[in-house]
Design a protein around this ligand. Structure first.
Ligand SMILES: Nc1ncnc2c1ncn2[C@@H]1O[C@H](COP(=O)(O)OP(=O)(O)O)[C@@H](O)[C@H]1O
Ligand SMILES: [Mg+2]
Length: 250
């Protein structure tokens, strides 16, 4: 079943098209990567899909519902991690989670406390629970922001460059977390400019200057680009997703 659908979705800033007639169809319970370099329109597309930014043209449908006409109902289903963390630096990890949980409508204190502790455990944040955000490394701050986006148990999780600037070990942990969320039935849309992360996704959306340049499974896109010469046994670098990207956007 399609859970996210966009029709000719476009955003124009001062005469420039940041997102240009994007037609997307995302199935439920997949990890879908939104891949493209800086400035290709990833954040703009994600913010329109979350209903945080009004499109210039086109439409978004979530679970068959028109986004503009069902905004509050749809936003309850969505978890969103902004590209830049929106945390309170002088509050602790726990206090940030408590605040955002309350904002997202988790009103029962005991339930919220349980959810926070569960996420602290899952995200390896237990020891940082009482530390102020400003005292933490970028990796722990990012983990806290990811936890904030998951508090209300959203069905669809939209993560804008969750792994940006993180060291490889934390990136691997993050991807394990995302796969765990998928196994719980969630749908995850995740942007990245790290081409190698495309291989962690079920499907990849390739954006080039706001336009859709490719959509499909990572190996499907490799086959499309490399054709019959495509051979999984070849060196990774030859079949790298970077080469797929360069080929589809040249
Ligand atoms: N608020 C804004 N005002 C004007 N231009 C913007 C604004 N936000 C983004 N842009 C432009 O839109 C394009 C796409 O940006 P963005 O969606 O942030 O891309 P990405 O997330 O892939 O880096 C870029 O050219 C950027 O400069
Ligand atoms: Mg961005």
């Amino acid at each position: 079943m399609e859970i996210i659908k966009t029709k000719n979705l476009s955003k124009r800033y001062n005469g420039n098209l940041a997102v240009d007639s994007l037609n997307l169809s995302i199935e439920k319970n997949r990890i879908v990567g939104l891949v493209g370099p800086n400035g290709s329109g990833k954040t703009t597309a994600m913010r329109m899909i979350c209903g945080l930014l009004r499109q210039t043209n086109g439409e978004v449908e979530i679970n068959g519902l028109n986004l503009s006409r069902n905004l509050s109902k749809i936003q309850e289903m969505l978890g969103y991690l902004p590209q830049q963390n929106a945390l309170f630096p002088d509050l602790t990890v726990y206090e940030n989670l408590y605040y955002f949980g309350a904002v997202f409508g988790v009103c029962d204190r005991k339930l919220l406390n349980r959810k926070i502790n569960d996420l602290l455990e899952k995200l390896g944040l237990k020891d940082q629970k009482k530390q102020r955000i400003e005292k933490l490394s970028g990796g722990f701050q990012r983990r806290t922001a990811v936890a904030c986006s998951l508090l209300h148990n959203p069905e669809i999780i939209i993560l804008d460059e969750p792994t940006i600037g993180l060291d490889p070990a934390i990136r691997v942990e993050f991807w394990n977390l995302f796969k765990g969320l998928k196994s719980q039935g969630k749908t995850i849309l995740i942007s990245t400019h790290y081409m190698e992360e495309a291989d962690e996704c079920d499907e990849v959306i390739i954006l080039n200057r706001g336009k859709l340049a490719g959509f499909g499974g990572p190996d499907e896109l490799r086959k499309k680009v490399f054709g019959n010469v495509y051979d999984l046994s070849q060196t990774k670098s030859k079949n790298s997703f970077e080469n797929v990207y360069l080929n589809l956007t040249k």
